[in-house]
Design a protein around this ligand. Structure first.
Ligand code: ADP
Ligand code: MG
Length: 259
C-alpha cells in the first residue's frame, strides 16, 4: 500500500510504566505538511506519546510508521538496537521543554554534531549547514558563542536548528516554550510558525492555545492516556463537546490565581 499523503501513522499505541497504563489505544495519522497540536492536562500522556513516536521510550504495544515504514521494530517484532534505530530517529526531529545543548560546545558545534557524526559530513560542510540553519532561526550572529551566553529563547532556537540539522521528515515539539520567561516565548513561537509556513510536518504539545489555533490544522485533546476529542482546531477550541475538554479550556483561559 502506498499512501503519499500520510506521513505518520500512530496505531493503537499503549504504554505502561509497571502496572500503570499511561497511553491507552492512542491512534492518529498526520498528513504530509500537516500540523497537529496535542493538548491536555498535566499527566495525560502527551510527553509519553511523543517519546513513544521516536522510540526514546518504546511503546508497550502498537505501531508507529513513517512513510509506511515501521519504526523501532523489525518485521519479526523484535525491538531494534540503538544503532538500527539511529537512521529512523534522524527522520524525527525533537525539541524538548529543556534544550539540553552541550555546554562545552559552541552554538555552531551543537548544530553541526549530528550531521558530522550520523551523516558523516566533513567538518566544513557541517559548519556551513549549521550556520545556514542558525540564520534560519535568526541566530546567524551567535554561531561562535557558547550556549551559556545565550538567553533561554535563543538556546531553544539553537535546539530547533539542531533538530533541523537532522533533515527530519517530522518535527515533534514538547512544550517548547514552557520553561521560558514570558518575554522570550514569542521569538520561539515565531520560529515555529515560520517552519509551519514552510510546510513542515509537526506534532506540537503546547499550552499556548492562541498559538495552537493559529498554527495547528487539527487538535487532539488527551486525558487519562486517551485521545478524548479531536478535530479541526477551530472546532475543538470554539465548539468543544466533551465536558473534560470544556473544563480544560476554561482552566487555561482563567487568569492564574483566580478561582
Ligand atoms: P504529560 O506530558 O501529558 O504531562 P506524561 O506523558 O509526562 O504526561 O505522563 C503521563 C503519566 O505517566 C503520568 O502519570 C506520569 O507520572 C507517568 N510517567 C511518565 N514518565 C514516567 C516514567 N518514566 N516512569 C513512571 N511513570 C511515568
Ligand atoms: Mg509533558
Amino acid at each position: 500500500m502506498t499512501d503519499t499523503h500520510t506521513l505518520l501513522t500512530v496505531d493503537r499505541l499503549n504504554k505502561s510504566y509497571g502496572a500503570l497504563p499511561v497511553l491507552k489505544d492512542v491512534s492518529f495519522t498526520l498528513g504530509r505538511g500537516e500540523r497537529i497540536a496535542l493538548i491536555g492536562p498535566s499527566g495525560s500522556g502527551k510527553s509519553t506519546c511523543l517519546r513513544a513516536i521516536n522510540f526514546l521510550d518504546p511503546p508497550t504495544n502498537g505501531d508507529i510508521r513513517i512513510d509506511g515504514e515501521l519504526i523501532g521494530r523489525r518485521a519479526d517484532g523484535r525491538l531494534m538496537t540503538d544503532a538500527e534505530l539511529a537512521p529512523q530517529r534522524a527522520e524525527i526531529g525533537m525539541v524538548f521543554q529543556h534544550f539540553h545543548l552541550w555546554p562545552h560546545l559552541s552554538v555552531q558545534a551543537n548544530v553541526a554534531l549530528q550531521p558530522r557524526k550520523v551523516r558523516g559530513l566533513a567538518a566544513n560542510e557541517a559548519a556551513k549547514l549549521a550556520d545556514e540553519l542558525l540564520a534560519k532561526v535568526h541566530l546567524g550572529h551567535k554561531s561562535g558563542e557558547m550556549p551559556s551566553r545565550l538567553s533561554g529563547g535563543q538556546q531553544q532556537r539553537v535546539a530547533i536548528a539542531r533538530a533541523l540539522a537532522q533533515q527530519p521528515k517530522l518535527l515533534l515539539f514538547d512544550e517548547p516554550t514552557s520553561a521560558l520567561d514570558p518575554e522570550l516565548v514569542g521569538e520561539v513561537l515565531n520560529v515555529i510558525k515560520e517552519l509551519a509556513n514552510e510546510g513542515r510536518s509537526m506534532v506540537l504539545v503546547t499550552h499556548e492555545i492562541a498559538f495552537a489555533r493559529e498554527v495547528a490544522d487539527r487538535i487532539l485533546f488527551m486525558d487519562g492516556g486517551r485521545i478524548v476529542e479531536e478535530g479541526p482546531s477551530r472546532q475543538i477550541l470554539d465548539h468543544p463537546r466533551e465536558p473534560r475538554l470544556r473544563q480544560f479550556l476554561s482552566s487555561l483561559s482563567r487568569p492564574e490565581g483566580r478561582p
